[in-house]
Design a protein around this ligand. Structure first.
Ligand code: SF4
Ligand code: SF4
Length: 453
């Protein structure tokens, strides 16, 4: 047990200090003897020499541990303790919907009228007990066009509450465990108010968080049926409730997100089967499933300097693109929209030519729906790059911080857009191909200079 009623998933009594976890880690590859010392340091809360400053929070070590001791959650506990000491880096306000400014608030400046309409309806719907709801979630919210207007939504009532923080999934990966517990409690209040039986979510990560982490680690039981959207898609395609009209006949490679490594890999096969049903030929990357590399997001969890965070993230994403390109596939497919927004930013910054889709977009094309691909994604990628650049600039004037609020205030002040003149200037400058190309070169140069891993 920890200070609150959280229950740590790390099983110290099972760990025999064999060191295999960080020795086999696809990022650290520590020599075995050093790995043994590092796990001891983490258990004793002594100064970590490697993991806390280089881990990509990818979950793989849990699958490498022969004792099933959950070394990953030991890392999270250490980060949680570090957060209590030093706070979160100022740039992290970016992904906190109750801090100002944050990515959702800033993105409001760039949404099209159609996107605004979808989001407005999703955010203002009050679920009723008989509804079959689909929780859109914080990251799919950044790409409302992935689902907006699709007949896939005819089967659900979409609901979008960004102050549910994806159930705390991305904070959990950063080790903000005490905050995740507060989020779990807030989600329970929402769910109990809705009194709804079935809740489908677009992210594996969130289904896992609601059904496993909240009850087993945070002490918060929801008593709801959490449905995985990919499972629903697969079953609907198999039963021909959703009919393939336009098999795609393209080769694809698949990015397995970090959360897909939970629950013994139950999340790996449905996306592969969906893609095959859509007519795709799958060409696998070197690191897949239990060894899959992170999209880059996880590099932010082991931050050392605020200024380096975006560069560390993109440099990890760069490795993913290299592996994807090496397969010779035409397209890289992500089944996580959290990964998708960083992968699109990475693709634009490094100039990768491989196509990049969310799996939902692949299904939509196969059932005969038209997408505005790639224009709409390129636009959104540069919206996001402008937002990250803006937030990095203002974070240089800010201090580390602690997350105080979980829910919006009454006026949703941290969601409403303001004027953001500097942000608009940055985004307008990216309309010039010349400025984009200079920005790319400078970014990649900084990436080399500031690389902390
Ligand atoms: S979570 Fe991933 S990157 Fe971090 S130590 Fe475990 S295997 Fe390595
Ligand atoms: S957590 Fe598992 S793999 Fe790591 S040292 Fe302990 S027993 Fe070995």
């Amino acid at each position: 047990m920890t200070a609150s009623n959280r229950i740590s998933a790390f099983k110290e009594e099972l760990c025999d200090l064999c060191g295999l976890c960080f020795h086999l880690c696809p990022v650290l590859h520590l020599p075995l003897e050093e790995s043994k010392k590092e796990i001891e340091r983490l258990i004793k809360r002594q100064n970590s020499k490697h993991v806390l400053s280089r881990c990509n929070t990818c979950f793989s070590c849990n699958l490498y541990c022969p004792q099933k001791a959950n070394p990953y959650q030991l890392i999270l506990e250490n980060w949680n303790a570090l957060y209590k000491k030093r706070g979160a880096p100022p740039l992290y306000r970016f992904v906190c919907p109750t801090e100002e400014p944050n990515i959702w608030q800033l993105l409001n400046v760039f949404l099209s009228d159609k996107e605004r309409e979808w989001i407005y309806n999703w955010m203002n719907y009050s679920p009723k007990p008989e509804d079959n709801i689909l929780v859109i979630g914080n990251y799919t919210h950044l790409f409302p066009f992935i689902l907006g207007g699709s007949k896939l939504l005819d089967y659900f009532k979409p609901v979008d509450l960004i102050d549910q923080w994806e159930g705390g999934a991305y904070l959990y990966q950063g080790g903000y465990l005490d905050i995740v517990q507060k989020i779990a409690e807030k989600c329970k209040i929402d769910f109990d108010k809705w009194d709804i039986k079935n809740i489908t979510h677009t992210l594996d990560a969130v289904q896992y968080i609601f059904s496993e982490v909240h009850p087993k680690e945070m002490g918060v039981k929801h008593n709801r049926n959490f449905i995985n959207f990919n499972e629903w898609l697969l079953n609907s395609l198999k039963s021909t409730k959703i009919e393939i009209k336009n098999p795609l006949n393209i080769s694809v490679t698949i990015h397995d997100n970090c959360y897909s490594k939970t629950l013994n890999g139950i999340y790996w096969e449905p996306p592969r089967k969906i893609l095959e049903l859509c007519g795709c030929e799958i060409k696998e990357m070197k690191h897949i499933k239990k060894d899959s590399l992170c999209c880059g997001f996880g590099a932010g969890a082991s931050w050392v300097r605020n200024i380096s965070i975006p560069f560390d993230i993109i440099s990890e994403g760069y490795k993913k693109f290299k592996e994807a390109e090496d397969t010779g596939a035409k397209a890289l497919i992500s089944y996580c929209s959290g990964c998708l927004y960083l992968l699109w930013a990475t693709k634009e910054l490094i100039g990768s030519n491989i196509d990049l889709y969310h799996i939902i977009e692949v299904v939509r094309m196969a059932i005969g729906e038209q997408l505005q691909y790639p224009e709409i994604h390129i636009k959104r990628a540069w919206d996001i790059i402008a937002i990250i650049t803006y937030q990095l600039i203002i974070s240089m004037l800010q201090n580390n911080f602690y997350i105080k609020r979980i829910g919006f205030d009454e006026n949703r002040s941290s969601y409403k857009p303001k004027r953001y003149i500097l942000l608009k200037l940055i985004r307008t400058s990216f309309r010039s191909q010349f400025i984009k190309s200079i920005f790319r070169k400078l970014f990649l140069l900084q990436m080399k200079i500031l690389k902390t891993r």
